[in-house]
Design a protein around this ligand. Structure first.
Ligand code: GLY
Length: 412
């Protein structure tokens, strides 16, 4: 199958052309490439380090219900649609790649440590029920019966059996293999500039000077998506980096099962989550910091995460701390993704997924493949058209970071 415009626009000295060129090899770029290739399009991905990106840091919660926020009901519908696709998506990708994704239908428990948290969770429960979501209130004792490692002071919580998890590093690795098997070509070089020929995106020039022509170009470079030279100002996506620091600990076999499901809390206003994997890895996240392009792991960030996690699950301080990492969520003005065609013909966006990149991976792949083959956004994705921000980036340009080595190098 071919996209609506099958004639490749000519660039000045194109060394290769394809139907679809994806800039950015994180989970969103990879799933777009895989799904497009499955539909018979010739696809290339440009990224010096494909398989990097925000997912390398992310915990992989599929938390459509427990991460619900006021005013984000439209996004909720998208998140739920993607969560519903996860079991079939994970099975198909595991089959296509021969890799296990670490998908676990384990559920989530969101707990309260004091009366303020309890009031917050009660409000969240009311919002969840108004939105038709399944969530059950538990007393502190009931929470501890489910998760005996919880602190005795836990005041109550919400049991959400539909919020699961996947291992984002395994997900990425599987997508890389599936892409390769589907014939996706990888250019392990930085994209330097978008080529625009006769008011149409026509591919990119790489940092090594190679020109790659493409009928359609997809900008899927996470928080760096607003940085590609050559993209007209009024088309640049208004995405910004939102730093998250994340810890990884290991649960020794003698301590297992330490936690059986994802446990979350709001501690002193900060969101905290503990995501236990079957492998024994325990991911603790995450800070939310508006610090531009900084990805330093700070003593303060690690301290706060451990202090709050210790309040929730005191035994955590016994576990080996195996990794600390900071990454950048691609935040958009309304915390929702930008999916589909821009006002520049031939240029599409798949970025701005903010806290939900891993959750939205299956849906984004399907939406982008549909757009790339039909030219139309499917109904469910129409509220997320980049056109809702037309002109926004031009009005408030983000300060430029130092030149990146990779379009997905610094992730969450
Ligand atoms: N979705 C979790 C986070 O962004 O920290």
């Amino acid at each position: 199958m071919h996209p609506p415009q099958t004639t490749h626009p000519r660039t000045t000295a194109s060394s290769a052309t394809c139907d679809v060129l994806v800039v950015g090899g994180g989970v969103i770029g990879l799933v777009t490439a895989w799904r497009a290739a499955q539909r018979g399009l010739s696809v290339a991905v440009v990224d010096p380090e494909p398989g990097g990106g925000a997912a390398r840091v992310a915990a992989g919660m599929l938390a459509a219900v427990t991460e619900l926020h006021y005013g984000e009901e439209t996004l909720l519908a998208l998140n739920l649609a993607s969560a519903r696709r996860y079991p079939a998506f994970a099975a198909e990708l595991a089959e296509a790649s021969g890799r296990d994704l670490g998908y676990r239908a384990c559920g989530t428990l969101a707990v309260a440590l004091d009366s303020d948290d309890r009031a917050h969770l009660r409000e969240l429960l009311a919002l969840q029920h108004r939105s038709g979501l399944e969530s059950q209130w538990l007393s502190g004792r009931e929470c501890r019966r489910l998760e005996p490692m919880l602190a005795p002071g836990v005041r109550g919580g919400l049991r959400v059996d539909g919020d699961h998890q996947v291992d984002p590093r395994r997900l990425t690795a599987a997508l890389m293999v599936a892409c390769e098997r589907a014939g996706v070509v990888f250019h392990r070089v930085r994209a330097e500039r978008l080529c625009v020929v006769r008011d149409r995106a026509a591919g990119v020039v790489l940092a090594d000077g190679t020109e790659l022509g493409a009928a359609q170009t997809v900008l899927a470079a996470g928080s760096l998506s607003g940085r590609l030279a050559g993209v007209p100002d009024d088309v640049l996506p208004p995405v910004r980096p939102v730093k998250g620091q994340v810890l990884r600990l290991t649960v020794p076999k003698a301590y297992a099962p330490f936690l059986s499901r994802t446990v979350r809390a709001v501690v002193r206003g900060s969101h905290l989550y503990l995501v236990p994997r079957e492998s024994g890895e325990l991911v603790v996240g995450a800070t939310t910091e508006e610090l531009g392009w900084d990805t330093t792991v700070t003593a303060g960030g690690v301290y706060e995460l451990l202090r709050d996690a210790h309040e929730l699950v005191p035994g955590i301080t016994e576990l080996p701390l195996t990794e600390t990492l900071a990454g950048l969520r691609p935040g958009s003005p309304d915390n929702a993704p930008l999916l589909g065609p821009t006002r520049l013909p031939g240029l599409h966006l798949a970025t701005g997924h903010y806290r939900n990149g891993v959750l939205l991976t299956p849906l984004t792949g399907d939406v982008m493949a549909h757009v790339l083959t039909t030219g139309e956004l499917p109904e469910e994705a129409r509220p997320f058209t980049p056109r809702r921000f037309d002109g926004a980036a031009a009005e408030s340009p983000a300060p430029l970071p130092p030149r990146p080595q990779s379009f997905t190098e610094q992730p969450v």
